[in-house]
Design a protein around this ligand. Structure first.
Ligand code: NAD
Ligand code: TYD
Length: 362
């Protein structure tokens, strides 16, 4: 028995596979192109009988079809994506390629594979499309949180490409009867997150005594969920979700960027205090805002709670503690990802040295 995971060497995929293997569930075939965001080291501790990495692109139709035909997965969990909003502003083409065309390629192959299945194998098969709350666009201060019925209104090339992928997944359910389930999750944080995203970037910069770049006024609101809770929700959706449904995942903690930044800085100060004992709040530096920056996301996770009994098990304090501890005790991992292309990215995005994003004042 196997499942096929795409993008399993990235942040959420790595966490998902580790937990899946620890639970003794099906063997995982992990199809990953190993882009800058994919790190095989994340999973190198897993034995081959639990996890096999296939280096390849979800756009490679022949490869994707043969993997399904030969490995006969009971489910496909589709994480592979270009996932960073700022990169999508610099270079949207890769987002259309992987997120839209790649998802299309996977759905086409899954449709063919599904039609070849019979009996209990066919009955059990699931295609889980992992998506984001960003497809719903930006909320005003008084708007109710996103529900599964909120119309899509993506504002960045990233969220537009994820929205397109979600629409395709839905269409394959409606038109071809493919047993698709989809999820829309809020901002994740935790181990193995590539340090282009806010939380790891700020931990690394805080440790290196570098400025912490806050876009605009820093009052944008995100709903933060510890990655392990996202993985638990995905397992529940796979096991018990109603085919054809989408489930919002979130409800962790709604916080303004400045507030999550302060919470994390304070944990870094507690676990790795400065020699003089002062707080690292002085590193906060306001920089030019992101174009089209969504002001507020908030997720109504009532459906997954009511139908599948999902409730996050990590408070923000616990999630932040685990995350900061992980980055402190995994310095070799950090050093391995802080490579030349990462440095190039920081230079392009922040205008200066890697872990020293220069503050472009407002
Ligand atoms: P990530 O950028 O850390 O990892 C993406 C992975 O996909 C990498 O391992 C990369 O090598 C792989 N990949 C990229 N293009 C590929 C291709 N063409 N073929 C095969 N593999 C390819 O992303 P993440 O943060 O782990 O996000 C995983 C999924 O969850 C994405 O679909 C994302 O949209 C969604 N999501 C992320 C968050 C979040 O906060 N990070 C929240 C909600 C949903
Ligand atoms: P990010 O981690 O990129 O996730 P997303 O854009 O998908 O929500 O950013 C989280 C929030 O933090 C978002 O409002 C943008 C902001 N941010 C900064 O203020 N500075 C930064 O250097 C980064 C990377 C993000």
């Amino acid at each position: 028995m196997t499942i096929l995971v795409t993008g399993g060497c990235g942040f959420i995929g790595s966490n998902f596979i580790h937990e899946w293997a620890a639970l003794g569930l099906e063997r995982v075939i992990n199809l990953d192109a190993l882009t800058y965001a994919g790190n095989p080291q994340n999973l190198s501790a897993l034995p081959l009988e639990r996890h096999e990495l296939v280096r390849g692109d979800i756009l490679d139709k022949t490869l994707v079809e043969s993997l399904m035909r030969e490995r006969r997965p009971s489910a496909i969990v589709h994480f592979a994506a270009e996932s960073h909003v700022d990169r999508s502003i610099h270079g949207p083409a890769a987002f259309v390629e992987t997120n839209v065309k790649g998802t299309f390629t996977l759905l086409e192959a899954a449709k063919g594979y599904y039609s070849s299945l019979e009996g209990p194998e066919k009955e059990a098969f699931r295609f889980l499309a992992v998506s984001t709350d960003e497809v719903y666009g930006s909320l005003g201060p008084q708007d109710p949180p996103f529900t599964e019925k909120t119309p899509y209104a993506p504002n960045s090339p990233y969220s537009a490409s994820k929205a397109a992928a979600d629409h395709l997944a839905r269409a394959y359910r409606q038109t071809y009867g493919l047993p698709v389930l989809s999820t829309n999750c809020s901002n994740n944080y935790g181990p193995y997150q590539f340090p282009e995203k806010l939380v790891p970037l700020l931990i690394l910069n805080a440790l290196a005594e570098k400025p912490i770049p806050v876009y605009g006024d820093g009052l944008q609101i995100r709903d933060w969920l510890y990655v392990s809770d996202h993985c638990a929700a995905l397992r529940l959706v796979l096991a018990k979700g109603r085919v054809g449904e989408s489930y919002n995942i979130g409800g962790g903690a709604s916080l303004a960027n400045l507030d999550i930044i302060r919470a994390i800085l304070s944990e870094v100060d507690r676990l790795a205090p400065r020699a003089d004992g002062t707080a690292r709040l002085d590193l906060i530096t306001h920089v030019k805002d992101r174009p089209g920056h969504d002001r507020r996301y908030a997720v109504d996770a009532g459906k997954i709670r009511a139908e599948l009994g999902f409730v996050p098990s990590h408070s923000l304090a616990l999630g932040v503690e685990k995350t900061v501890k992980w980055y402190l005790s995994n310095q070799p991992w950090v050093q391995s990802v802080v490579n030349l292309s990462y440095r190039d990215w920081l230079k392009a995005q922040y205008g200066e040295e890697p872990s020293s994003p220069s503050a472009e004042p407002l």
